[in-house]
Design a protein around this ligand. Structure first.
Ligand code: NDP
Length: 314
């Protein structure tokens, strides 16, 4: 298999990956960045980004990612199509296979592979993607001011998203498949006390409807029980909050992850257990998951990579 040696390999092209590429490029590390399955990352599936400092009028996810890409290219980042399909992590001599065809031997690796929001798997989720279906309330909630929305899920994320949306929307339904919320006590209490949130327990979503975007949701109470009840509710927005899958699978044999697969880093730093391998953005962040926090950790990773290369004389 063809082997190429690089000083700094960045895997992933969301705000974390591109920011790492900008910093690594300016530091003359000649970074090579592989874009992965979804060039531009999760933000390309959202509409407008209005909470990234510096854009008073907001900016579309695609435009921001294109700008970051151009900025990274300007400083010499070599941005390529390709997916990391296998990894062997070893200090100063990491080997990452790309598309199962080629091996990059990298002195430093910045893992910025992101996380993928889980979906229910309904055809209608695809049909209405960007037209009323979202997996990020902080990104898209603002477009539903004074409207009626539904959030699916019963964990902390779902409660948090429902509470966030209750500050904007006229009404929030929280669709929970179990007869209880699995979220922490404090979040449960907040949700139950919130007058704008109505929790629909023991309820599953079976479809969405609407001519120009989402206009309603089809639900089943006590699905597949003798007294199952089917009904519809008019809504304007449908938010998934049933968890994320961090894209860390191929790295797991070498570095520590939590039980969900989020990469564990050393304190406030992006350092993993393997010296010279860093994790940035959502793949290492179950809590904040924002473009700005991802960009910040991309920056830290590039600074760490520069330091590592200098100390090792690589
Ligand atoms: P969780 O895995 O905790 O919860 C997922 C929720 O989605 C569960 O209620 C689950 O239902 C439901 N769900 C999963 N699949 C489906 C499906 N197909 N149909 C309907 N419902 C479904 O994920 P979270 O993202 O909420 O949290 C992940 C971790 O991050 C947790 O440890 C959480 O505590 C933490 N977190 C902490 C926060 C904080 O401290 N501020 C904020 C957000 C998250 P069921 O219960 O039936 O399995």
């Amino acid at each position: 298999m063809e082997i190429e040696k690089v000083r700094c390999l960045i895997i992933g092209s969301g705000p974390a990956g591109y920011t790492a590429a900008i910093y690594a490029g300016r530091a003359n590390l000649s970074p090579v960045l592989y874009e992965g399955l979804q060039p531009g990352g999760q933000l390309t599936t959202t509409t407008d980004i209005e909470n990234f400092p510096g854009y008073p009028e907001g900016i579309s996810g695609n435009e921001m990612m294109e700008d970051l890409r151009k900025q990274a290219t300007r400083f010499g980042a070599d941005i390529r199509f390709g997916i990391a399909t296998d990894a062997v992590l070893e200090e100063g001599k990491n080997r990452i296979t790309i598309d199962g065809k080629k091996v990059i031997e990298a002195s430093t690796v910045i893992i910025a592979t992101g996380a993928t929001a889980k979906y229910l798997g309904l055809e209608d989720e695809k049909k209405y993607a960007g037209m009323g279906v979202s997996a990020c309330a902080t990104c898209d909630g603002f477009f539903y001011r004074k409207k009626v929305v539904a959030v699916v899920g019963g964990g902390d994320t779902a409660c948090e998203e429902a509470i966030y949306l209750s500050g904007l929307a006229a009404k929030v339904y929280l669709i929970v498949r179990k007869p209880f919320l699995r979220a922490s006590n404090i979040m449960r209490e907040r949700v139950m006390k919130n007058e704008k949130i109505e929790v629909l327990f023991e309820t599953n979503t079976v479809g969405l409807f609407g001519d120009n975007g989402v206009e309603g949701v089809n639900l089943v109470k006590r699905w597949r029980e003798a007294d199952e009840e089917r009904y519809s509710l008019p809504i304007d927005g449908f938010f998934l909050a049933i968890g994320h899958n961090p894209n860390s699978e191929i790295f797991k044999p070498y570095i520590d992850t939590d039980e969900t697969g989020y990469i564990l880093t050393d304190g406030m730093t992006p350092r993993t257990k393997v010296p010279g391998v860093f994790a940035a953005g959502d793949v290492a962040d179950p809590l904040y998951r924002q473009a700005i926090t991802a960009a910040a950790s991309g920056c830290k990773s590039a600074l760490e990579a520069e330091r590592f290369l200098m100390e090792k004389g690589l």
